[in-house]
Ligand binder design. Structure first.
Ligand SMILES: C[S@@+](CC[C@H](N)C(=O)[O-])C[C@H]1O[C@@H](n2cnc3c(N)ncnc32)[C@H](O)[C@@H]1O
Length: 233
């Protein structure tokens, strides 16, 4: 999943999302002592883009439940620290130390996220809309995205953090077949489908529908997410 995620993020297909995250984070990053914590960091890509947009490079903590993800993130962002943790448990992070917390396509723990942000610090959350990657969901081997995620997140954080106006990022991207396969393989749906039923997880996405034996071209893939920004009081 990390290899596939890295391929997609390096391709630039998700660049509008990364740019929106960096824009949302930048007002909270003042100087080289600023601290950014990436919870569910994956490959650390979004931290890298945020750091590249910042006036000076922040200190970075890569946090993920997967040791492989933490290792990958730390190698990608030299000089960063890393910690293997479970977002749903109390975080091993002191109160009010983070200028920016990133939570991109990853689980959330609202009271803990609010606790580790310093006053004026920002939490950036990215959640998919139901139409996100919908062209890859035909055939039922990719998990559906339930509606109302952004509303649910805003409710989760109400009373804890101040929500700014959400941003909707919508784009139609044209991946190569290999990139389309990586879009599938980078998420939990990579575990759907099996050699037994004649499908590798990637079959849905490379433009060929093996189920009915027809070649199916994917002309464009919808990218549709909400970028939510919260400010600590
Ligand atoms: C969909 S990936 C997103 C990774 C990265 N933020 C990105 O968008 O490229 C979700 C990440 O959250 C991590 N994760 C899932 N559950 C977690 C938990 N309970 N605690 C910490 N990390 C978790 C996974 O290991 C994975 O790296």
């Amino acid at each position: 999943m990390l290899v596939a995620r890295d391929a997609v993020l390096a391709s630039g297909l998700y660049a509008p999302i990364a740019d929106a995250v960096a824009e949302a984070a930048s007002p909270a990053l003042h100087g080289p002592s600023a601290a950014l914590i990436d919870l569910g960091s994956g490959t650390g890509h979004y931290s890298g883009v945020v750091a590249a947009h910042a006036r000076s490079r922040p200190r970075m903590l890569m946090a993920d439940r997967s040791p492989a993800a933490v290792r990958w993130s730390m190698l990608a962002e030299r000089g960063s620290d890393g910690v293997v943790l479970d977002t749903w448990a109390p975080l091993p992070i002191r109160d009010a130390v983070a200028d920016v917390v990133l939570d991109v396509f990853a689980p959330r723990n609202p009271p803990e996220f609010a606790r580790i942000l310093r006053p004026g610090g920002r939490l950036i959350v990215v959640v998919p809309r139901p139409e996100h990657l919908r062209e890859l969901r035909t055939g039922g081997r990719m998990l559906d995205v339930p509606g109302g995620k952004a509303t649910a997140v805003l409710e989760q954080f109400s009373g804890l953090l101040h929500a700014l106006e959400p941003r909707h990022i919508h784009a139609i991207v044209r991946p190569t077949p290999a990139q389309a396969a990586a879009l599938h393989d980078m998420g939990p749906s990579a575990h759907h489908g099996s050699p037994e039923d004649g499908h590798s997880g990637a079959d849905d996405t490379n433009g060929t529908d093996h189920a009915n034996g027809t070649a199916r071209t994917v002309d464009g893939i919808t990218v549709s997410v909400d970028v939510l920004t919260f400010v600590a009081r």
